[in-house]
Design a protein around this ligand. Structure first.
Ligand SMILES: NC(=O)c1ccc[n+]([C@@H]2O[C@H](COP(=O)([O-])OP(=O)(O)OC[C@H]3O[C@@H](n4cnc5c(N)ncnc54)[C@H](OP(=O)(O)O)[C@@H]3O)[C@@H](O)[C@H]2O)c1
Length: 246
């Protein structure tokens, strides 16, 4: 089966591509590195011909609600439009647990993206997952302030990106399910602590400062709003097990 992976060069996207290949399917990567810019729609033209399902896992590094909303509604808007025209039967969106009660800039954009998919003409599945174990790596790359890292006070039930990728491949090969049950990892962790443990593993002594984000979003993140109450799928690999394998 031909399945497009928008963001197929990214953290989870590349794993979805591998999963699909391993199962004998034909992934079509939609990313700038593959000649498709989903912000402009350039390069998308006939890429969805014969494609049965689209897995939507693009991302942009921003904490601005305006930038995130523009990015997610534009990229997903182009995918839905082109998908409908090409007869795509299933749009699979990866979203994030707790975004409806955590008005943090990036999550505002993800919520607008969910609404667009729900209002669109292509049958869909939206899966909300928790932060990946790999999120700690992304924090180290993206939260540097001079020599220190500033990481938000945040509780999570992190899950291995590989487990989410396998689930996304299953879902893409199945029928549309609308809002699917949430997905989370096996244990609750503190994100600053995850970051410190990963730095230690890497042999780095870089200090990690913790800051609670202001307002409702900061309070929600710090008090567990990003942890699913009733996950439909609970990941198997713990953060420590993942760390052990690095
Ligand atoms: N990271 C987490 O912990 C986590 C947890 C739950 C859910 N999610 C969701 O999972 C999704 C993927 O996250 P990730 O961390 O795997 O992302 P990522 O590693 O940052 O990858 C982003 C992907 O988007 C592509 N992209 C960016 N701008 C593009 C554009 N203009 N046109 C086409 N492609 C573009 C990138 O490829 P190019 O640069 O080649 O264009 C890349 O393949 C996101 O929607 C995120 O909200 C993430």
């Amino acid at each position: 089966m031909k399945i497009a992976v928008a963001g197929g060069t990214g953290m989870v996207g590349a794993m979805v591509v591998d999963q699909l290949k391993a199962r004998g399917h034909e992934p079509v990567v939609l990313a700038r590195a593959a000649g498709v810019d989903l912000v402009t729609g350039g390069g998308l033209e006939d890429k969805l011909d014969g494609v049965e399902a689209v897995v939507d896992v693009t991302s942009t590094a921003t904490i601005s609600a305006k930038v995130a909303t523009e990015f997610f509604t534009t990229t997903t808007g182009h995918l839905l439009q082109a998908g409908y025209a090409a007869g795509v039967r299933h749009h699979v969106l990866l979203s994030i647990v707790g975004i409806d009660v955590t008005p943090f800039g990036y999550y505002v954009g993800k919520l607008a993206q969910e609404e667009l998919v729900k209002d669109g003409k292509v049958p869909f599945t939206i899966i909300r997952a928790t932060q990946f174990h790999e999120f700690a790596e992304q924090m180290i790359e993206r939260s540097r302030v001079g020599p220190v890292l500033v990481v938000p006070r945040m509780r999570s039930a992190p899950i291995a990106a590989a487990e989410v990728a396998a689930l996304l491949a299953d879902v893409a090969l199945g029928v549309p399910r609308g809002m699917a049950p949430e997905v989370g990892g096996p244990r609750t962790e503190s994100v600053p602590d995850m970051t410190r443990r990963l730095l230690r593993k890497q042999g780095s002594r870089r200090p990690v400062l913790t800051a609670r984000l202001v307002g409702k979003a900061g309070r929600a993140m710090a008090t567990g709003a990003l942890i699913p109450a009733n996950p439909g799928t609970v990941g198997i690999q713990t953060y420590d097990e993942w760390l052990e394998q690095r």
